[in-house]
Ligand binder design. Structure first.
Ligand code: PLP
Length: 410
């Protein structure tokens, strides 16, 4: 049919291109599920300015305060002065600067591994590498609480998927037995797990996962974003924490955006993994390299971790102090094993009300709710850092107690 003026304006369609965007947002607001993002107006330090107000920061990933460490800051300034604000290209084309290569090498050395490869972010490492590891005729086996970047990586592939119950080794063994019955047999199987689960602060049972993986000839892939800088010898991460070998855990993935205090993702394993990843991962091949100043800052952060192990000790002392006090006050803090402390609240509204109350007391915490956690498992996620003082933590404990009583949580 030839379109003319009349049959265009006579058509009545109920479809609207964008109206649903506003409707969906309004639904999130009604159900208390929308993000209310605040603005940080100072450096990410224990005491900072947020939305014009001086507050105690208890929700940063900057566990070791390396974001403001003088050596890290100097490194980024110096590299930027000499090499510019940007790398000029993707690493795969002409943006692979000496800093990127040195960072890959330094990270592998820090991890006592044959090879590492750094990405622009941790999300991009998972999203780029995972869909290349397996395809038709293969299987991904995932912990049910894995990070969204693992889930998206799996979704981008044509690989079969199976889920095991959170940290449940018996359920994993059952899933693997089932998988062995698949006809035709799977070519490759990968077990994917977070090392530290970011909403609960608990650890994957990595030695058992590695043992089951070995029994089935499966690859083991651990995302240690929240474990690095915190777990293991001098903050070397979960593989070091459990004294596992590189032939037991095949991909150790992580990020420079948390304890390292900068930004960037990475994977560590054998030479084969590195060579495979940079030839196959589309997020690495088809997206710009991090600026030289960023890579230089990451190198400096590794340097600090190697030379100043006291930062790791301090964050644990702070974590133990706050955790004990919150438990003594009667809060349910879940099963945390790290400097991430969930304070369970139940409904999303309760978590928000507690966060709002704490805000009036000058304390900045993050309420976490559906879809990041189950609907009835809303919580406040507290994260400690090296530079928190005992006085600051005491202030937080008092405010938590007052708010918890007010809202009937304790
Ligand atoms: C934060 C996080 C990521 C993403 O890392 P970025 O470098 O910030 O993109 C991936 N996995 C887990 C488990 C995380 O906590």
């Amino acid at each position: 049919m030839k379109l003319n003026f009349w049959n265009v304006i006579n058509v009545t369609v109920s479809r609207h291109p964008t109206k649903y965007l506003g409707e969906e947002y309004q639904r999130l607001v009604r159900e208390n599920l929308n993000w209310e993002i605040k603005v940080l107006e100072s450096a990410s330090e224990p005491i900072c300015i947020v939305n014009g107000k001086e507050v105690l920061m208890l929700c940063a990933n900057n566990y070791l305060n390396l974001a403001t460490h003088p050596k890290v800051v100097e490194a980024t300034i110096e590299a930027t002065r000499k090499y510019g604000a940007g790398a000029g290209s993707d690493r795969s084309i002409s943006g692979n600067m000496i800093f990127h290569e040195e960072l890959d090498r330094r990270l592998a050395k820090f991890k006592n591994a044959p090879a590492s490869l750094t990405f622009q972010t941790g999300f991009m490492a998972n999203e780029g590498l995972i869909p290349q590891l397996a395809g038709r005729g293969d299987l991904f086996v995932s912990d049910e609480l894995n990070h969204g970047s693992i889930i998206d990586g799996v979704r981008l592939s044509r690989t079969d998927r199976a889920i095991f119950k959170h940290k449940d080794v018996e359920d994993l063994a059952r899933v693997m037995e089932e998988a062995e019955k698949h006809d035709p047999p799977y070519n490759h199987i990968w077990i994917l797990t977070d090392g530290v689960f970011s909403m609960d602060g608990d650890l994957a049972p990595l030695p058992e996962i590695a043992r089951i993986g070995k029994e089935h000839g499966a690859g083991v892939y651990v995302d240690d974003a929240h474990g690095e800088g915190v777990l293991g010898e001098g903050g070397r991460g979960i593989v070091s924490h459990f004294h596992l070998r590189r032939d037991e855990v095949h991909v150790e993935m992580g990020t420079f955006s948390k304890a390292f205090g900068v930004i960037g993702g990475h994977i560590t394993g054998g030479e084969d993994l590195r060579n495979f990843a940079y030839n196959k991962a589309r997020t690495w091949l088809l997206s710009g390299a991090v600026p030289p100043g960023v890579a230089a800052a990451c190198i400096a952060a590794i340097d600090v971790l190697e030379k100043e192990p006291q930062h790791v000790r301090r964050v644990w002392e702070n974590r133990n102090y706050l955790l004990e006090a919150l438990k003594d006050a009667g809060f349910d803090t879940g099963n945390t094993e790290t400097p991430i402390i969930p304070v369970m609240c139940g409904k999303s509204k309760t978590a928000r009300d507690l966060a709002d109350f704490l805000w009036t007391k000058g304390i900045f915490v993050l309420p976490i709710f559906y879809p990041m956690v189950a609907r009835d498992k809303a919580r406040i996620r507290v994260q400690l850092c090296t530079k928190h003082t005992t006085e600051q933590l005491d202030r937080a404990i008092d405010a938590f107690e007052e708010g918890g009583r007010k809202l009937g949580i304790i």
